[in-house]
Design a protein around this ligand. Structure first.
Ligand code: GLP
Length: 262
């Protein structure tokens, strides 16, 4: 795992977008794993700008989203399909038929989860997966104590998560209680994984996830097991990290990062 600390939230989001753009340029038919949430909104805004100004081409890309609420259709403003269309897909040249978000309205949810896993497999697996982190340390909706080998399935949401996302629904009582989410094992299968976390509110859980023990209580800690994970944070979110000197040194000197340094 590599850790990159950027001075601001904007710089962290821009670097994340550059890493995704680099993947798309090197592999135009990349299979991208997308995430939702306020943290990744500026990443998508940067990708849209790169599409318009630099011709970043998504026409051959496929995508899979991490998760979706059970019971919400894609036209519900709180759904993750709606989020992805409005924050990214409607503004770039990806073929929407090649974008998948789990179907939260499926009558057979178990079958939907299985089909989702199969679709990822048929696409050749995910080349680059973007993830955020929840206040309880989740990735996707892999709430505490999720199996670290889990695959796409339905999870009961943590009250912490319900409180965190209630604003999107006009109150916790209107929030869905369950979601379909890629499993931790699904995420670990990606060739590359980029975790973006910003803001002081996540400093404590972020440090637990990346410098604490590898454990099911904080499912983001599973990224320590990922073959090629990079964690991008802003100063505020890096406040509790202990190995800061090494992270900064490594980013400053690692040749692979040279094109990404300011
Ligand atoms: C939800 C999503 C996560 C995301 C998290 C963080 O819980 N399921 O994938 O990482 O929100 O959201 P935010 O970026 O708004 O803090």
């Amino acid at each position: 795992m590599e850790v990159i600390i950027q001075p601001t939230r904007e710089a962290a989001a821009l670097l994340t977008a550059k890493v995704i753009a680099d993947e798309v340029r090197k592999n135009p038919s990349a299979v991208l794993g997308f995430a939702t949430g306020a943290t990744v909104e500026p990443v998508y805004a940067n990708l849209i700008e790169m599409h318009h100004k630099e011709g970043l081409d998504f026409s051959l890309c496929k995508s899979f989203n991490l998760d979706e609420y059970v019971g919400l259709s894609g036209d519900h403003p709180g759904s993750y399909r709606y989020f992805m269309n409005s924050h990214l897909f409607d503004h770039i040249n990806i073929d929407k038929r090649n974008t998948r978000v789990p179907n939260g309205m499926a009558s057979d949810l178990a079958a939907e989860c299985l089909t989702y896993e199969e679709a990822i497999w048929h696409a050749g697996g995910i080349d680059l997966q973007l993830v955020g982190i929840g206040m309880d340390g989740h990735i996707g909706f892999n709430e505490p104590m999720s199996s670290l080998q889990s695959r796409t399935r339905v999870k009961q949401l943590n009250p912490v998560t319900i409180r965190q996302n209630a604003g999107y629904f006009g109150g916790a009582d209107k929030m869905p209680r369950r979601a379909i989410t890629m499993g931790v094992g699904t995420i670990l299968d990606s060739q590359r994984c980029v975790l973006l976390a910003t803001g002081s509110a996540k400093a404590e859980i972020l440090a637990e996830a990346i410098e604490g023990p590898f454990c099911a209580r904080v499912t983001a800690s599973a990224l320590q097991w990922h073959r090629r994970a990079v964690v991008i944070v802003d100063e505020a979110c890096a406040a509790n990290l202990k190995n800061r000197e090494y992270y900064d040194w490594s980013f400053a000197h690692e040749p692979e990062w040279a094109p990404f340094r300011g």
